[in-house]
Design a protein around this ligand. Structure first.
Ligand code: KG4
Ligand code: ZN
Length: 344
């Protein structure tokens, strides 16, 4: 079975064709970074307009690479969480294709897409994928949470941020330091040559009693440092100190979750999983604690439609379908603490 996936929840317009085994046939992403960079963050109205411009060319390219619309068996589309005006663009395109071709349609929760992206692989490549259950740390610009992934398409949330997402904290700190948008990759690069011990910063909510996170205090501490000392001429030490605090708490709580759940498998996902400091620290601590670490390639971690197509294939395999009345939602209604997050 070949599923066409469509993603437009935030600032990437993406389309992909993926098999029910997670083999990626086509994977096209049109990024809007240049549109939003002058504003230092995503501007919802501009995102919607860019999706309108990009959605048809992106879908056409994915279909051309996959051998045409005739080779497609079903359509999967992100219907939340995200910017509703942005989601509606992908959702309308998906409905039009499903209606016009009489193909099954399934809505996919964007977060469920991220949680199962570890199974994506190219033809001829062996997916180095974990067996179920596994613990997943999902760290992006919009979300930061630890899940126990229990069955195909299903996960249980164990802890989440109480304020900023980790990527949001990276972006805000980069903005404070005048480093441009998105800030994560720049902070990552500068941190690599900085001294993390040169500047004292608080460790954000590092208590093991909760698997929740909080990054706004750390961000405020960086803002206070800048107010008192000005923006450093070379911000490498400040970036290194900030990144170390974020990375340490992310890794220590994720590995602690593995221990608490008796699940010695950890998967990283989301845009912040591209961070070299996070990857290195996770590898070090997992090796020490006997946890197997699975880190998908960066293209599977950041927003893409292949993960949506695959999560859609899991729903289809479970016999699930949606109608043309499928609605968009801005926040996950059923991802509550300890409850099952279903792929819808
Ligand atoms: O998953 P993603 O592409 O989109 C969302 O769903 O948010 O994640 C984007 C986020 C941005 O906040 C960006 O600054 C961050 O991921 N990011 C990084 C790195 N690369 C991207 N953060 C830290 N280090 C990186 N290397
Ligand atoms: Zn995402």
């Amino acid at each position: 079975m070949r599923v066409l996936g469509i993603e437009s929840s935030c600032d990437e317009t993406a389309a992909a064709v993926v098999t029910e085994r997670g083999e990626v046939i086509a994977d096209v992403v049109a990024s809007q970074i240049a549109v939003h960079a002058p504003y230092g963050g995503v501007v919802p109205e501009l995102a919607s307009r860019a999706h309108v411009q990009n959605v048809v060319p992106v879908i056409e390219q994915a279909l051309a690479e996959a051998g045409g619309l005739d080779t497609i068996d079903a359509v999967a589309v992100t219907n939340g969480p995200g910017l509703v005006g942005a989601l509606l663009v992908g959702l309308s395109a998906a409905k039009a294709i499903a209606f016009g071709r009489e193909l099954p349609l399934v809505g996919v929760d964007h977060l469920v897409g991220h949680l199962f992206a570890v199974y994506l692989h190219r033809a001829g490549e062996l997916a180095s994928a974990p067996e179920l259950p596994y613990v997943a740390l999902l760290v992006s610009g919009g979300h930061t949470a630890i899940y126990e992934v229990t069955a195909p398409g299903e996960a249980r949330i164990l802890g989440q941020t109480r304020d900023d997402a980790a990527g949001e904290a990276f972006d805000k700190v980069a903005k404070l330091l005048g480093l441009g948008y998105p800030g994560g990759p720049v902070v990552d690069r500068l941190a690599a040559r900085g001294d993390a011990n040169a500047i004292e910063l608080p460790s954000p909510m590092s208590s093991r009693r909760t698997l929740d996170f909080s990054f706004s205090g750390l961000k405020t501490a960086v803002a206070r440092y800048v107010k008192q000392n000005g923006v450093p001429e070379d911000p490498a030490d400040l970036c290194a100190a900030f990144q170390r605090r974020v990375v340490r708490v992310l890794v220590s709580k994720s590995v602690h979750a593995c221990k608490e759940r008796g699940v010695p498998r950890l998967v990283l996902g989301g845009g912040v999983a591209a961070n070299r400091g996070l990857r290195a620290r996770a590898a070090e601590v997992c090796a020490e604690k006997g946890v197997s670490l699975f880190v998908p390639p960066v293209s599977s971690c950041t927003d893409n439609a292949a993960m949506i197509a695959y999560a859609g294939a899991l729903r289809l395999a479970a016999g699930e379908r949606d109608g043309l009345d499928l609605a968009a939602y801005s926040r996950s209604p059923d991802v509550k603490r300890g409850k099952m997050a279903k792929a819808r």
